[in-house]
Design a protein around this ligand. Structure first.
Ligand SMILES: C[S@@+](CC[C@H](N)C(=O)[O-])C[C@H]1O[C@@H](n2cnc3c(N)ncnc32)[C@H](O)[C@@H]1O
Length: 265
């Protein structure tokens, strides 16, 4: 990141303040780390590149508010290794940590899938993504062919918000596309849509989208009878012909707040 102002804005987008514990993924040379420390946070950085991990450790050797772990975030055991660190720093047991990261674009979807279900550990996840990806993930109401199971996933676990675009001239090496900062305010488990098991719910969502142009009563016929599907759609005022890409945001799939109208989850 060539522009230090963007790092300050990333930290501000997560509302980082004195005393916060922040998980930073991929600190690289430490330009965002510097902004997080400057804002008063204690930073737990996970960097997979050995050389970069050493470099960032050396750069901030004089502070006790930084811990650097050399590890790939997709393999890192957040619950067993980060959680004890966070608990040691916070006196308030209800306080949650924050995630702020400027990661390579190619691992961003994997990181989103990993972190969003962790609302018991993190209150907010702020990421730099490709602009196009950020737009697609933040708009919960898109009812276009761009609507994917990942949109259902994002809105199930969080409230996404597109923050601001970062022109590609701000990065070195310069990527082909612009970046954008997106924040995901993580829900607590009691705020999730009321499904029996998220795993079987998402398996149902994937089945529905596998037959993108098919009607739901066809693509979900291995799970429910046609009449059950028609009745469920009727309950939430949708025609039986609705294709999956035109379903409304996931939170409105549940009629009374207790009973999932769209199948059993
Ligand atoms: C785009 S650089 C970010 C540099 C820095 N955050 C900045 O703002 O200047 C990405 C960093 O993420 C690290 N990285 C890439 N994949 C990673 C992964 N799976 N786990 C942890 N770190 C990763 C890279 O080694 C690199 O240092």
């Amino acid at each position: 990141m060539l522009n230090s102002k963007v790092n300050e804005e990333l930290a501000a987008a997560a509302g980082v303040e004195e005393g916060d514990v922040v998980l930073e993924i991929g600190p690289g040379t430490g330009s965002l780390t510097a902004a997080l420390l400057e804002a008063g946070a204690t930073v737990f950085a996970v960097e997979k590149d050995k050389h970069m991990a050493t470099l960032v450790k050396d750069r901030f050797a004089s502070t006790e508010r930084l811990k650097v772990i050399e590890e790939d975030i997709t393999k890192f055991q957040i619950r067993s290794h980060f959680l004890p660190f966070m608990k040691e720093k916070y006196h308030d047991t209800k306080k949650r940590a924050k995630v702020v990261s400027n990661l390579p674009f190619n691992v961003s979807t994997e990181v989103v899938k990993l972190l969003l279900p962790m609302g018991d550990i993190f209150s907010v996840v702020v990421l730099m993504l490709q602009d196009e990806t950020a737009v697609r993930l933040a708009d919960s109401s898109i009812q276009t062919p761009e609507y994917r199971p990942i949109n259902v996933f994002v809105n199930f676990y969080s409230e996404p918000e597109y923050k601001f675009r970062v022109d590609r001239e701000n990065f070195f090496p310069r990527p082909k596309v612009h970046g954008a900062v997106i924040s995901f305010k993580l829900k607590n488990a009691e705020e999730y849509p009321p499904v029996g098991s998220p795993k079987s719910f998402f398996s149902m969502v994937n089945s529905a989208f596998n037959g993108k142009r098919k009607m739901l009563r066809k693509s979900l016929q291995h799970l429910c009878s046609s009449s059950e599907i028609e009745a469920a759609l009727h309950k939430i005022d949708l025609p039986v012909t609705v294709p999956p890409a035109q379903l409304p945001p996931v939170t409105s799939w549940f009629d009374t707040g207790t009973q999932p109208a769209l199948l059993h989850g």
